[in-house]
Design a protein around this ligand. Structure first.
Ligand SMILES: NC(=O)c1ccc[n+]([C@@H]2O[C@H](COP(=O)([O-])OP(=O)(O)OC[C@H]3O[C@@H](n4cnc5c(N)ncnc54)[C@H](O)[C@@H]3O)[C@@H](O)[C@H]2O)c1
Length: 274
């Protein structure tokens, strides 16, 4: 397996910008690709802000911002962070498979889609892996790696080495909805909404309980506002369909809040006002 030297990132939104900043800050020459000039410009601004916060503004020099996917052709690893849609991701990976040299690795930052199914859109399913970062990427230390059915040991080892080089810790998660962290987190968040919805406790007491009783930095309702209620609803729906278990069923209050536009911090109001 060739050592990873050049890194590509597809999609420079919330997650892609953080991944690109971390790769460049760790010394990797990094190519960022976006679909439209406006998205690319916004992506560049996000990366610049991240690197300033990381006190590594000079790392911006290592990043090229491009609109042509051909620019990725020298990358040893390309991390995909585009919209959470299987068809869009499969199309992108099929295109990348043609452009990239044979040794290059492909990774997806998907939070909910199947790694094996995505890998099957390429002729290199052995060199394909799930690489799930957490928001905000420059701050959060965890990366969940997930193997598809055909992912090789070498690919896993190279992905682990890359994650370590960018100063993060990798855990090996199953190729199943929610990997490890969201599989545990989502039922917990849903249960907190149910306790509140049923009038069993105030939102302040639910949050204080988990902060002071379990040393969590945020209570579950605060965390829901931070993650976004629409995002949580979307994940709960995927889990409920995949596992068919009542504990994943989205609570009525969650559906109503999303319908009313109370999405959390991003809309100015969720369980709390901002
Ligand atoms: N938001 C989170 O907390 C979070 C956490 C972990 C993983 N993820 C996953 O990361 C991925 C990206 O999420 P995000 O929150 O950064 O989304 P986002 O909407 O902020 O960014 C997506 C970016 O991808 C670009 N894009 C779309 N199609 C493209 C293509 N074909 N080529 C290049 N760029 C393209 C869009 O222009 C946009 O800038 C999703 O798969 C999501 O599930 C998100």
């Amino acid at each position: 397996m060739k050592e990873i030297k050049d890194v590509g990132v597809c999609g420079c939104g919330l997650m892609g910008s953080g991944i690109a900043a971390c790769a460049a800050a760790a010394g990797f020459p990094t190519v960022v690709c976006e679909v439209a000039p406006m998205a690319l410009e916004q992506g560049r601004e996000r990366v610049t802000r991240s690197l300033e916060k990381m006190k590594q503004p000079e790392a911006l020099r290592r990043i090229s911002f491009m609109l042509e996917f051909d620019a990725l052709r020298d990358c040893d690893l390309v991390v995909e962070a585009v919209v959470e849609n299987m068809e869009a991701k499969r199309k992108l990976f099929a295109d990348l498979d043609v452009i990239l040299p044979q040794h290059s690795l492909l990774a997806s930052n998907t939070s909910s889609l199947g790694i094996t199914e995505m890998a099957a859109s390429t002729r290199r399913p052995d060199r394909f892996i799930g690489m799930h970062f957490f928001n905000p990427v420059p701050v959060m230390k965890l990366v969940e790696l997930s193997r598809g059915l055909k992912t090789s040991e070498e690919t896993l080892a190279a992905a682990r080495a890359f994650v370590a080089r960018i100063g993060k810790t990798a855990i090996l998660a199953p190729d199943a909805p929610g990997f490890i962290v969201n599989r545990l987190l989502v039922p917990y968040l849903i249960e907190a909404i149910r306790v509140y919805e049923q009038g069993l406790a105030s939102k302040e007491d639910i949050d204080a309980g988990m902060k002071l009783g379990c040393a969590h930095p945020m209570g579950p309702l605060e965390l829901l506002d931070y993650v976004g209620l629409d995002t949580t609803l979307h994940i709960a729906e995927i889990f409920f369909e995949a596992f068919g278990e009542a504990r994943y069923a989205p609570p009525t209050l969650l559906r109503k809040m999303v319908a009313a536009g109370k999405l959390g911090r991003k809309s100015g109001e969720g369980f709390y006002r901002y």
